[in-house]
Design a protein. Sequence first.
Length: 512
Amino acid sequence: MGNSELAQLKKSFLCKNCNKIRIVQLQACVRECDCSEELHFTSIFDFYANLYFHLDNRNYADYETICNEFSDEQIKEKADGLLFHHLPEEALAAYSVNSTDYLQLIMKLFRKTVANCQTADDILLVAVNWLFYLSNTMKELRKLQHHDSYFGRNLAPIPTIRGPLLYRVDSSIKAYLERFEAIVDPNYILLRKKVYFFLVREEYPYYNVTHKYIGLSKRWADIDNYVGNLSFCFFSHNFSLLKDYILSVKDSDDGNYIFSFTNIRSRKRQEYTEKFQTTLAKAELNFIMAPELSTPIDSQRYMIDTIKQQKKKNLIFAITGSFHVREGDISLHPQNRERIYNYAQVVNQEGSTIYDLYKMNRFIIHKSDKNQAELPIFVEKSGTERNAYDKRDIVLFDTLLGRIAFLICVDLINFSIDEILIDRQVDVVFVISMTPNPAGGKFIRKMQELSEGCGAVVFLCNNPGSAKIGDENLRGLAHFPLIKKLFKTHETARIYTLEEMLYGQTRADRGE
Ligand SMILES: [Zn+2]
């Protein structure tokens, strides 16, 4: 090992041919390359993404290892000497962060500070601190007031030469939780947890993922001050599947049934929508969500009209609850009028639908004696839900509350959706479901995985599929990251604040 390796390592950061370096071992570019051909960077995001790409692996683990061998003070001193003392603050502040002049200046300073390094450890320290520096400089760009002008309304992630670069959203809900309970993140060594911008996968199998930025109205600008008072309603109704639902059943090729629900009997539907009207009228309601397969399309329209009429300033959004609908009922230009979807709507305070929520996987009611009371037809034979799953767009909403996802029931437990939510660092997940056991088995396992992978809070509103009141008939639950105890409710229209849901769940409240 000698100077030539050190020299090549310094050049390989910007080399076009270099896809893998291991800094502390002086493993630079491929041997036959002289690293004279540089990558072409068109923006600071390109430059940052390339640096992130080179560090987001064992190099960052090496950095953390070195940090453990020195005190924070010593590391800071080294970083100052090698990097920060060489940054001309005034010159840097003179350019706007997304200008070419700024990029040129950064590249010049980067080359200079790397060139001054005497050892591989120094190079690592400089490279990582450059990333931190740029991440901090760029973080303001994510904010509401700057967002549109820098990224365009829908330009997230930002395309770069190293792939899509996404930013972490400041989540007021997460910040609030951290005040309650120190969140010990099992993934603390991941570079993406230390910076505001990180690379994500370009594509995912079976799902198309897009991001939408929604600036909540100005009244929420100081949301951090009252996050704990935000109020949620897990809205539902005591329906009997046997007496209130109109079921459509066909024989399937495998000897079982294919089923869908055609409607809910009108008297019950009326009770349900009237109850919605009264619940929505309560003063401080910020979120209301109804469960899966409880809101036929006419009831969805009624709910939306109610939201329009009541003009509730405090409403952040509502989820209508889903039902089986024909494409002809919801689309002006249907591909197939009779095709059936399990469909709900996410609605803003003005009553505009901001998201058409489709279920993308189906569920099966397994034959069992337990079905005797509510769905006796499925005692002898199993039933497969009849719903199309060709609409496979997941939209993630970036808001002041954090990055939000909406899902219907089994989509949460489908194998690859959690990978998407973790890769894109989602903060809040709203799930509407119809299951006898939302607080057990697979649902809880996925909630725990999400809380560990991206610290997501999950709010779930459930239709237990039975009018019986009892322990198993859960209507709502909330899972908070790394807090073992769940918030659960059997109530069908009660309103809870976030603080109430957390009360008794955290270690501090339990006196531990
Ligand atoms: Zn090279």
